[in-house]
Design a protein around this ligand. Structure first.
Ligand code: C5P
Length: 232
């Protein structure tokens, strides 16, 4: 499992997505497809992108009763995605069921990664809305340990949490980290950020990069810069 840059394809439709991908002539970047694009275009877009030779992280963040998640994961396993995810808040039993559903008859399966607490949740909303009264960093680490206990491959986390997750769950437990910006970038709505070079230093396994690449004047050059800072 190598370190890689995953481009967040936060596009609303197929035309925009393929116009973006057509700019990449030499490279076949790893892509993250989220709810918006998947719900707009359906599974067919996954098949088309796979046909073009990209690896796909399907970011649908499942969270339901174990039986439903298991059956949904079985469907996703047939789509030949390379990575997918769920909410660790669905319990260890739900994560175990997801893993069972994702495992194909030949024993192979996509990587399965857990979301711990969304970065849009802060201490205040966690306490007031969710009634979880522990410090948020302890909650994130506890959920990461639960994901490991369930047999998952890693977590989505802030680059600032990656080192702690590795200390707690081991270096082979993957950290997939959004919130990446070049040192000369506008931060946008991301608050807790790191550059690709810093993310490499603290041991992130995959960085998820959206706007610094998709909104760049030259997306291919921006992607190459990310790869050279993070991977090479
Ligand atoms: O454009 P930007 O680089 O901020 O995109 C980051 C991507 O990672 C988006 O698709 C966003 O939804 C996703 N993400 C995130 N923070 C999380 C989980 C996912 O920014 N905690």
């Amino acid at each position: 499992m190598g370190k890689d840059v995953i481009i967040a394809c936060d596009f609303s439709g197929k035309e925009e997505t393929f116009a973006f991908l057509d700019q990449f002539r030499k490279e076949k970047p790893y892509l993250k497809i989220g709810m918006e694009l998947f719900y707009a275009e359906g599974p067919e877009i996954i098949r088309e992108i796979k046909k073009r030779g990209h690896q796909i992280f399907l970011d649908l963040k499942l969270h339901d009763i174990p039986n439903t998640v298991q059956k949904a994961m079985r469907v996703l396993s047939r789509l030949d995605v390379d990575m997918c995810n769920l909410h660790a808040g669905g319990t260890v039993r739900m994560m175990e069921a997801a893993l069972e559903g994702l495992t194909r008859p030949d024993g192979s399966r996509p990587l399965l990664i857990a979301v711990t607490q969304l970065t849009s949740t802060d201490q205040e909303s966690m306490e007031n809305d969710l009634w979880i009264r522990e410090p948020i960093d302890r909650v994130v680490m506890h959920y990461a340990e639960n994901a490991k206990k369930a047999g998952l491959d890693g977590v989505v986390c802030s680059p600032l949490e990656a080192e702690k997750v590795h200390t707690l769950c081991g270096n082979r437990f993957l950290t997939v980290t959004p919130g990446v910006r070049f040192c000369d970038d506008d931060k946008g709505d991301q608050k807790r950020i790191m550059t690709p070079a810093e993310a490499k230093k603290i041991g992130s396994d995959y960085i998820v990069v959206g706007r610094p690449i998709t909104a760049a004047a030259d997306p291919v050059a921006a992607y190459r810069r990310c790869v050279s800072e993070f991977v090479d």
